[in-house]
Design a protein around this ligand. Structure first.
Ligand code: SF4
Ligand code: SF4
Ligand code: FES
Length: 249
């Protein structure tokens, strides 16, 4: 019986300034194989389909269970997590490319630190003084927990930003993930203390008004986060905040 195989076309780039080249690989198929397990095999034995030795492939991964958000890449043209992409569900040859909207480091690895800068700009945290025991925090009711839980599932993969037509250098748009985190932390009884600052951070250029409601983000999000609802809610609050600030002079 012939051995079942899996074929890959991988976009390689040794450095940000090096030319991009495509390399083909072929592996023996195993049940339950996913893109990351295939990449591990290729990286351990970097030999192209025609038997030529090449350099090990560079990519990010960590948890291998769609929790850390590090393995996002374009798989057959679609931004998604490599660890949850089952080979059996993909058309072959499987085409792997890095995310296109983030600075390339090498091969499939990109620098997504812009998301962390954006989260810092909107103070996406609960401000507490950790130097002494503050006692129990305010009670969060089950209804609030239910509303907030989906927003807390963000894994910072940046897929929503990759597919957003508005996320580009000319708009400086922060992207859907950051806006959803503003909603999450503004909903939190302690996090709410920074609510006005967060809304002001989203009021100017690159803020929530850059969104064109194309909905690509909500369709691609691997965690099913209600991004467009969050954008609408935060958008309304930004307008109210602007009006309050104007009245206050
Ligand atoms: S709704 Fe469209 S424009 Fe707005 S963040 Fe999502 S993808 Fe971008
Ligand atoms: S909102 Fe969804 S797509 Fe965007 S970074 Fe978070 S998990 Fe990824
Ligand atoms: S390796 Fe963590 S999400 Fe894929």
């Amino acid at each position: 019986m012939p051995i079942k195989t899996v074929s890959f076309e991988i976009r390689r780039q040794a450095s940000p300034d090096a030319p991009a080249v495509w390399e083909s690989f072929e592996l023996e198929w195993r049940p339950g194989m996913n893109v990351i397990s295939a990449m591990m095999e290729i990286a351990a034995n970097p030999r192209t389909r025609d038997g030529r030795e090449t350099t090990p492939i560079t990519y990010d991964s960590n948890c291998l269970e769609e929790i850390c958000g590090s393995c996002a890449m374009r798989i057959n043209g679609r931004a998604r997590m490599a660890c949850s992409a089952l080979i059996g569900n993909l058309e072959q040859p499987i085409k792997l490319e890095p995310l296109s909207k983030f600075p390339l480091i090498r091969d499939l690895q990109v620098d997504r630190s812009v998301l962390f800068q954006n989260l810092m700009a909107v103070k996406a945290w609960v401000p507490i003084d950790g130097t002494y025991d503050l006692g129990a925090g305010p009670r969060v009711f089950p209804q609030q927990q239910e509303a907030n839980y989906p927003l807390s599932n963000c894994i910072s993969c940046c897929c929503c930003m990759e597919v957003c037509p508005q996320f580009n250098e000319s708009t400086g748009f922060v992207g859907a993930a950051t806006i959803a985190q503003v909603k999450l932390f503004n909903n939190h009884p302690t996090g709410r203390v920074l609510k006005e600052e967060r809304l002001r951070a989203l009021a100017g250029d690159g803020g929530v008004q850059e969104c064109g409601y194309a909905q690509n983000c909500v369709e691609i999000c691997p965690k099913g986060i209600p991004l467009t609802n969050a954008i609408s809610d935060v958008g309304r609050e930004v307008v109210v905040q602007k009006a309050k600030d104007w009245l206050r002079g």
